[in-house]
Design a binder for this molecule. Structure first.
Ligand code: HEC
Length: 160
């Protein structure tokens, strides 16, 4: 009788250990995925708020032309990346197709704003001395607000 109870207790403890081990592994994986998918974690190094472009309706077809002349040299054809950037930690300019998940949002205006902050104010990548920096197209008045809205619409369309 006593040995039966002891066997059952042993079985119970063993099962408990197995379950808590499985739960611990599964749990930590969930946390990692959640953090990676967090919205709005990617911000430019240069300060400043959203520009007028976020209040305009962008035209992706017009934006494709803006992209060719103003963005493709650094972000690659159709945003596919692969452009070297020596002196930066990443060693390449980030691709925009696919775009960093930290810039994506299910809320349309937030998604537009996350991209707009880079295009308005520019950004310097991490590293000892990056050859290429993101240009402040808005602050330097290189593009109009409408052109910025159009190129943002184009970049979003590439990621659909
Ligand atoms: C002179 C090169 C250059 C040009 C031209 C350029 N960019 Fe960039 N861009 C960069 C670099 C370098 C970064 C990375 C900045 C950082 O890490 O802080 C970047 C970052 C970005 C980001 C953030 C991406 C991410 O994953 O962090 C967006 C969005 C972006 N650029 C959009 C554009 C658009 C749209 C245009 C054209 C209007 C453009 N860029 C033109 C060099 C450039």
């Amino acid at each position: 009788m006593v040995s039966k109870i002891a066997k059952l207790a042993f079985l119970f403890v063993t099962l408990l250990l197995v379950f808590s081990f499985v739960a611990a592994c599964g749990g930590s994986k969930d946390t990692e995925g959640g953090l990676e998918g967090a919205e709005g974690e990617v911000k430019p190094t240069n300060p400043g708020g959203p520009g007028e472009a976020v209040n305009l309706t962008g035209n992706a077809t017009a934006g494709a032309e803006v992209y060719k002349t103003s963005c493709a040299s650094c972000h690659g054809e159709e945003g596919k990346g692969g452009v070297a950037n020596t002196g930066s930690t990443d060693e390449t300019v980030p691709s925009l197709n696919p775009i960093d998940p930290g810039l994506v949002s299910s809320v349309a205006k937030t998604y537009v704003t996350n991209i707009d902050l880079f295009v308005e104010h520019g950004s310097t990548p991490e590293g000892s001395g990056p050859t290429l920096e993101m240009t402040a197209f808005g602050d330097q008045k290189i593009l109009t607000s409408q052109q910025i809205a159009d190129v943002i619409a184009y970049v979003i369309s590439l990621n659909k």
